[in-house]
Design a binder for this molecule. Structure first.
Ligand SMILES: [Zn+2]
Length: 206
């Protein structure tokens, strides 16, 4: 039996390897013969039915659910529970995760921490506050090639928070990220004044 409950989160922008890391951790538990289960929201239509897939070709069986509460129906036997793309779930997810932890299950959730505007995504910030371990993965920036991409750039016009698909997005670093105009930073910063240091020569003997 699993010794103690725990809640782990794997977050970051798109193409950072979140789903493959989730699959790796679940497979690791399976090798130890722990009963595992992975859930995916029906909102995410990219993977083939009843599977969770990563972009580097890893795949694992998953149960597709319409709501966070539906996970409780299927998870009674599981000891380790994976939740892929947790930003797509409704706000009940926060309570559902806490209930699963009270049932002494280990929960591993992966997902986007920020949406296309660079704002915290759905229930994810609440889940991060509850997590015992957080791994924030970075991708390679599609624009400048830096190793520090942490934002998901939408490359098509749409103001829907959820727009499912890979071709509409690319990973960008914070310097190359261009949020929609209304979400750009509008801080009124004070003008920089250059002050030349003055050297005061003291008279000798004074
Ligand atoms: Zn960049």
């Amino acid at each position: 039996m699993l010794n103690g409950y725990r809640f782990e989160m794997i977050i970051g922008c798109m193409s950072a390897g979140k789903s493959s890391e989730l699959i790796r951790r679940i497979e690791r538990a399976r090798l130890a013969y722990l009963p595992t289960i992975i859930f995916r929201s029906a909102t995410d239509t990219r993977s083939k039915p009843n599977h969770v897939e990563s972009r580097n070709g890893l795949a694992s069986q998953a149960i597709v659910v319409d709501s966070a509460r539906e996970m409780l129906k299927y998870s009674t036997q599981a000891v380790v529970i994976g939740i892929d793309e947790c930003q797509f779930f409704d706000e009940d997810l926060v309570d559902v995760v806490q209930l699963l932890l009270r049932q002494k299950k280990k929960v591993i959730a992966s997902g986007l921490d920020l949406d296309y505007r660079g704002k915290p995504f759905g229930s994810v910030p609440y889940l991060l506050a509850l997590a015992d371990r957080i791994d924030k993965l970075l991708a390679v920036c599609r624009k400048c090639g830096s190793d520090f991409a942490c934002r998901t750039q939408r490359v098509v016009q749409s103001s829907e928070q959820i727009l499912v698909g890979d071709s509409q997005y690319e990973a960008r670093c914070i310097h190359c990220f261009e949020p929609p105009f209304e979400y750009q930073l509008k801080l009124e910063l004070p003008e920089l004044v250059t002050v030349k240091p003055q050297i005061v020569m003291l008279e000798s003997g004074s």
